[in-house]
Each structure stands twice: as structure tokens, then as C-alpha cells.
Design a binder for this molecule. Structure first.
Ligand code: G6P
Length: 609
């Protein structure tokens, strides 16, 4: 998390950096800061809160600046105050540093630097790096940075400027993402391409342990050992329309409403009805591995982990081989059994989640076949896996993931079907029917979205709740988890998801007349049991809101509200059932007057452990 942007060139850096920061705000938004340089001076401005506050602070600066670096922060070390906001300076106030990641040995370094007489102002780990460069600086900026990098343990992306070198930005990457944008007489730096695609489409991805020396007319890459590196410029397509809000009040609502389109994109060109099969170019390369695979692991964090849980049910259904779901953050330290007959799928919208990357590297070390299920093209996970399947959902900006989730589940359906067909576990008929139903989902999602006012009205009745329970069984249990996560992420209401039958083992104690209980009650072989669970809630005077199939009129008698969704086959029901829960969370948060796209304490891309 934290977003970095840098600019050097013929235009005034101020506007470009603020524009870039706004596009990176999803990475953190508790404070922001900027360092601006020209031949005369270095100016540092910081503010607490959103980038807009920083912009307000610099509007009265009339001078133009040919280079600068800027930062939007998600606090790790030290509260979100102006002092802790980046950039951080050395004792001479000549060196300014912005940083994403964690310098794990900062305490030792800080102690050592204090003993040498350095004065620290903030509680951050980042400030250490500015002082390290100062202590290593003998007139050669690059040499000082390289020496300082050698002393840092952890994961980081840095951008650094030095007042005595007003023609250079130096950036370094180890563990946290960084891209360089190449312009004409100007160059850019950013934590992700979205921050700079409105300025240039020519991108260079900075790899692990690389340093870039950026000037307005040139760039040079070296390794941490100062070996010159040749880099490839890639042309990326600017997806500007997708990163605008269009006419929606929030990105989250826009992204919820995009789902008919994004689900179509996830399956487009991949359904082969003639052979009742799935085309996935990214899996053809590992067909031999799949044939020999003894076990599968699906790993991710947050919403991606919920998609993985649904994936487990899909694998059970179509692949019928050992499959485990792992929190990526746990997997990296757990002695999960992995060998060269294991296939791991790393599921990540951003492709930059630090824990998922670490789990991937550990699985690779143990010789598993590692595949990515990512949305962001060319992200770290996409690059570090041998191949995989993209979601093609377009940029997701709202911190609470919505469209990526339904795309992940759609893609996991394709993957499990591909494997199931390859190893002969799924009949032609079952495959054909599943794919047919999958292709019908976009219009069914559209139908649910048409009902959004009804869901808004339900939100109006419950927006003051302090707690909420979400229940589901079988493949809909992860949907309950995801519904609860959406509500807590953006409305700060305490919400829990449970397998409906587990309710009796604890959560039932919480139920009273004030407790809204969402029950996913679409038709499958567990339907009657779910109805019994509803009765148990009603017997304790809980308020039940059921998600049910449109032809299930009977259920109205047992519950307080019913949100109807179109019928589909049970394995695909999660993709429809989550939509009303996303909308409910959205409308509750709006009604509570909260910032839906930038919920407190969260960040879209968690690039620290
Ligand atoms: C953060 C985001 C979540 C997301 C999770 C995993 O916590 O706020 O919305 O689900 O990271 O992110 P990934 O990009 O790996 O899917």
C-alpha cells in the first residue's frame, strides 16, 4: 500500500503529481505529501487526510518545478500525522524520500544513525533511509543510494531526490511495485500504471532489486550491485474510461453495475459449446502437469480468499481431486504439503498483495506449479507465475472489491471445468449445461441490478444496525462471508458470515429483534435445511432477509424480506447471490454518510506483510 508518483520533465510537476496521486489514492489515503525541485529550491508540503487537502495546500505556489516526487500514505509505522507523512528528509533537508513497504531493520539502523548524531523527526521507518543516504553521500547520488539499499532489510519501493542533483530522480524496488513511464522529454514513475496512463503508454516494469536513474531525456537501470540492465519498454493500452467514475456517485456502485459486462468479459472467447469445453490459453502450457497433479491449492487474501473458497466447491464438483484453500498470509509460514505434483492458483485482483506474492515464492521454492488468477495485467503475480488466467474486469478502483469477485468466481468455474474435462471427471452433458448457464449469467445479473431500489429500501430499514449476521450453506457459505465482509469494510457495522448450521454453535446467542440476519436460501439440495435455520432465527425474533429464487413465493411466509434473484444451477448461484449483498452494503454505507470508496484504515492493494 501507499502510492508513489514521480515526474521529471518540461511541464510543471505539481499538477502531474497531484493527478497521479489521485489515481493512486486507493492504495492509502490517511495523509499525502510532495517534494518539488527546481534549480533554486526544494519544497516539501504535507497534509493529513486525502490528496485533496494536499492539493489545496499547494495551489498558491506559483513557481514551476521540473521534477518532484509525491506520496499517498497508508500508515504502518507511526500515526497519520503531518510529521509522519512522506516525503522524509535527512538532517540537511537536501534529500527527500518517499517509500512504500516496510524497512524491517529500521530500529537497528535508527539507533546506529542516532549514535552518529542524526536527528529524527518522525516515527516512520522511511526517515531512516533519508539519513542513511546522507551518511553514505560523498558527492555521488547513485552510489549513496546503492550503499544505503544494502543496509535495508524488508520490502520497499523508494523514490528519492537530492537538492544538489535537480536533474535526477532515483527509484529502487524490492518487494513493492514500481513502474516507469517514458515520455518525450519527460519521464514518470508510479506505483502502478493507472497513475500515469493519461500521460504515456510506454511503460517499463521495474523488477526486483532494480534501481532506475531517471532524467528528463533518459533513463538508466542498474541492479542493486550496480550492474547495468537492459529493459524493455512495453506499450500498454490506456483504460481511461474505466478509471473515470462516469455518472455514478462512487466507483463501488459503478463497479457493481459493471458486472454484467465484466462477467461477459471473463468468459468471452473461452466457451467452446461444440466440445462442451473451455479454452484457456494459460492452462494449455501446463496440461502435462495437470494430468499428473495430485493436489491443488487455491490461495488469496480478503475477497480473493472468499473466491478461492467457492473455488474449492467448484473443484470438488468438477475436478474431484484433493483441493485446499489457504490464506496466503498463513500459507507462507505454514508447513502445507506442497511438492512437484501440486498445482497452486494464486488469486489476486491487483496481483500485488504482499502476502500472496510471498506464498507464491514459497510454493515455487517447493517446486509446485504456480498459476495466477489476476486482474491487473503484468502485475507481479502475473509475471512471477508460469502462466495463468486473467479476469479482464478492467481497473477496479473501489476499495471494497465487487466486480473482481464475480469475475474470479467465473474464472474459477472455467478453470475447474477445464481441468475436470481434461482428466475426464465431467460429462459432456454436465459441462454443456454449466457453460450454457454461465453464458446466461450477465443478463441475470442485470435483472438483479434493476431491482436496486428495492435493496436500497431494505438498507434504509437496517442502516442503524450495530451487528449483522450472514448465513449460507455449501457453496453459498463463502457468499455469506463475502456479504459480511462488504458490510463491515464500508459501513463499519460488525458483521459475521457463518455456515447456516453452525449458527447453533454460538452466533445464535446474539440474535434478538434488532439483529438483521441475511440468509442465502436459493434452491439446492440443502434448501430445506436452510429453511429450518431460518425458523431457528425467527423463533428468536431475528429479522430475516432471505436471498431466494424468483419462483420461490413460499419463502415469504417465513421471513421479513425477500430479495429475489433469477434461477440458475446451484454451482453458479454465488455469482448471482452476492450482488444484492454488495448493493445492500453500498446503500447502508451511503445512508450512514460514509466514504464508500475510501473506507477508513483500508487500502485497495496491501503491499506490506
Ligand atoms: C485488500 C483489499 C480487498 C482485497 C484484498 C486482496 O484487503 O481491500 O478488497 O480483497 O486486499 O487483494 P487482491 O488484490 O490480492 O485481490
Amino acid at each position: 500500500m501507499c502510492g508513489i508518483v514521480g515526474y521529471i520533465g518540461k511541464q510543471d510537476a505539481k499538477e502531474i503529481l497531484i493527478n497521479g496521486l489521485k489515481r493512486l489514492e486507493y492504495r492509502g489515503y490517511d495523509s499525502a505529501g510532495i517534494a518539488l525541485l527546481n534549480d533554486k529550491e526544494i519544497i516539501i508540503k504535507k497534509s493529513v487526510g486525502k490528496v485533496q487537502n494536499l492539493e489545496n495546500k499547494i495551489t498558491d505556489i506559483e513557481d514551476e518545478f521540473s521534477l518532484g516526487i509525491a506520496h499517498t500514505r497508508w500508515a504502518t509505522h507511526g500515526e497519520p500525522t503531518e510529521i509522519n507523512a512522506h516525503p522524509h528528509l535527512d538532517c540537511t533537508s537536501k534529500i527527500a524520500v518517499v517509500h512504500n513497504g516496510i524497512i524491517e531493520n529500521f530500529n537497528i539502523l535508527k539507533k546506529y544513525l542516532i549514535e552518529k548524531g542524526h536527528k529524527f523527526l518522525s516515527e516512520t521507518d522511511t526517515e531512516v533511509f533519508a539519513h542513511l543516504i546522507e551518511s553514505n553521500y560523498k558527492g555521488d547520488f547513485l552510489e549513496a543510494v546503492l550503499l544505503s539499499l544494502k543496509e535495508c532489510v524488508g520490502s520497499f519501493a523508494f523514490a528519492i531526490v537530492h537538492k544538489d542533483h535537480p536533474d535526477t530522480i532515483i527509484a529502487a524496488k524490492k518487494g513493492s511495485p514500481m513502474v516507469v513511464g517514458i515520455g518525450n522529454g519527460e519521464n514518470y514513475l508510479a506505483s502502478d500504471v493507472n497513475a500515469i496512463t493519461s500521460f504515456t503508454n510506454n511503460i517499463i516494469y521495474v523488477n526486483e532489486e532494480e534501481v532506475v536513474i531517471l532524467k528528463k531525456d533518459s533513463y538508466k537501470f542498474v541492479s542493486f550491485q550496480n550492474q547495468k540492465l537492459e529493459k524493455q519498454v512495453v506499450q500498454i493500452e490506456a483504460d481511461l474510461q474505466n478509471i473515470e467514475m462516469s455518472n455514478f456517485p462512487h466507483y463501488m456502485l459503478k463497479e457493481i453495475f459493471e458486472q454484467p459486462h465484466t462477467i461477459s468479459n471473463a468468459v468471452r472467447g473461452r466457451l467452446n459449446f461444440e466440445e462442451a469445453n473451455v479454452r484457456l490459453d494459460g492452462l494449455y502450457a501446463v496440461v502435462d502437469k495437470i494430468k499428473k497433479a495430485k493436489n491443488y491449492i487455491l490461495a488469496g487474501c480478503g475477497t480473493s480468499w472468499h473466491a478461492a473458497l467457492i473455488g474449492e466447491y467448484l473443484f470438488n464438483n468438477f475436478v474431484r481431486t484433493n483441493v485446499k484453500v489457504e490464506y496466503a498470509s498463513e500459507m507462507r509460514y505454514k508447513n502445507t504439503y506442497i511438492d512437484d505434483s501440486t498445482i497452486c492458483f494464486f488469486i489476486s485482483q491487483s496481483g500485488e498483495t504482499a502476502d500472496t506474492i510471498a506464498a507464491l515464492r514459497e510454493a515455487k521454492r517447493r517446486e509446485a506449479t504456480c498459476l495466477g488468477v489476476c486482474n491487473v495485467v503484468n502485475s507481479t503475480i502475473a509475471r512471477e507465475t508460469s502462466s495463468g488466467v486473467y479476469l479482464h474486469a478492467g481497473p477496479e478502483i473501489g476499495v471494497a472489491s465487487t466486480k473482481a469477485f464475480t469475475s474470479q468466481v467465473s474464472v474459477l468455474t472455467l478453470i475447474s471445468m477445464f481441468i475436470g474435462r481434461l482428466i475426464g471427471r465431467v460429462s459432456f452433458e454436465e459441462a454443456y449445461n454449466t457453460l450454457k448457464e454461465l453464458s446466461l449469467l450477465p443478463e441475470k445479473v442485470e435483472k438483479i441490478l434493476h431491482n436496486s431500489t428495492f435493496i436500497e429500501n431494505i438498507a434504509e430499514q437496517f442502516y442503524k444496525a450495530n451487528n449483522a449476521l450472514f448465513l449460507g450453506r455449501g457453496i453459498n457459505y463463502p457468499v455469506a462471508l463475502e456479504g459480511a465482509l462488504k458490510l463491515k469494510e464500508i459501513s463499519y457495522i460488525h458483521a459475521e458470515g457463518y455456515p447456516a448450521a453452525e449458527m447453533k454453535h454460538g452466533p445464535i446467542a446474539l440474535i434478538d429483534e434488532n439483529m438483521p440476519v441475511f440468509v442465502i436460501a436459493t434452491k439446492d439440495f440443502l434448501y430445506d435445511k436452510v429453511i429450518n435455520n431460518i425458523k431457528e432465527v425467527k423463533a428468536r425474533r431475528g429479522k430475516v432477509i432471505a436471498i431466494a429464487n424468483e419462483d420461490d413465493k413460499e419463502i415469504q411466509k417465513s421471513v421479513d424480506h425477500v430479495i429475489y434473484v433469477p434461477n440458475t444451477i446451484p454451482v453458479l448461484a454465488p455469482i448471482l447471490n452476492i450482488i444484492p449483498l454488495q448493493l445492500f452494503a453500498y446503500y447502508v454505507a451511503v445512508r450512514r454518510g460514509l466514504d464508500v470508496d475510501k473506507p477508513r484504515n483500508l487500502a485497495k492493494s496491501v503491499t506490506v506483510e
